[in-house]
Design a protein around this ligand. Structure first.
Ligand code: AMP
Length: 206
């Protein structure tokens, strides 16, 4: 099955994607993760996009589309994919329809005004990739799950978060209507505990 996980930054896409990918045995492809990995390794691509990502803006469309197209042509995608963070605008969605149109699109719906707080208090684990909020873990520096080191994403600072939410409103939110008109959209209330959100997604993907 080819699935897109759509939702604003901080709506829980990464967390849910990890669960879905395991459950359905399809690869979790996150364009944000691919970009961050390139930045970490200091590749040519990483150097080109670092400032854009840190500012909370979108990387160039054609470059992003090319990366996704190449990734989807790898053998592990033959039974489908789970895309997280792509497409981010109508131009990318139209391009994807041309080479690997999705079967289902899941929107993780959450009031946007809640996301600024979620993102600026987010801590990620370098080892197991889990995500936490300082409201629950305070200022601890080690992962409550695996003991790994916790970090703050560079683009989770208040200025970049504002920009990312603006970009979502203006460029990504129109995709809800785009996929709804194709009859592919399923809306899940994401303002609930992780397990309940996942239960909702499981029903949709049955
Ligand atoms: P994410 O981890 O999905 O929140 O993505 C982090 C950042 O990577 C975004 O704020 C963008 O700068 C960039 N990015 C991720 N996916 C895309 C995409 N599909 N198109 C353009 N830029 C993207």
């Amino acid at each position: 099955m080819k699935v897109i996980l759509l939702g604003a930054p901080g709506s829980g896409k990464g967390t849910q994607a990890a669960l879905i990918s395991k459950g359905l045995n399809i690869p979790h492809i996150s364009t944000g993760d691919i970009f961050r990995d390139n930045i970490k390794r200091g590749t040519e691509l990483g150097l080109k996009i670092k400032a854009i990502i840190d500012a909370g803006d979108l990387c160039p469309d054609d470059l992003t589309i090319e990366i996704v197209k190449n990734r989807l042509s790898e053998p592990d995608c033959k039974n489908g994919y789970l895309l997280d963070g792509f497409p981010r605008n109508t131009y990318q969605a139209v391009a994807l329809d041309g080479f690997a149109a999705p079967d289902r699109v899941i929107e993780l719906a959450i009031p946007l005004e809640k996301l600024e707080h979620r993102l600026t208090g987010r801590r990620g684990c370098l080892k197991c990739k889990s995500s936490f909020h300082i409201d629950f873990i305070g200022d601890r520096k080690d992962c409550p799950h695996c003991g790994g080191e916790l970090y703050v994403r560079e683009d989770d600072n208040p200025t970049s978060v504002k920009e990312r939410l603006n970009v979502y409103r203006e460029q990504t939110a129109p995709l809800i209507e785009y996929y709804d008109s194709q009859g592919k959209l399923f809306v899940i209330d994401a303002d609930r505990p992780i397990e309940r959100v996942f239960d909702g997604i499981r029903k949709v993907l049955k």
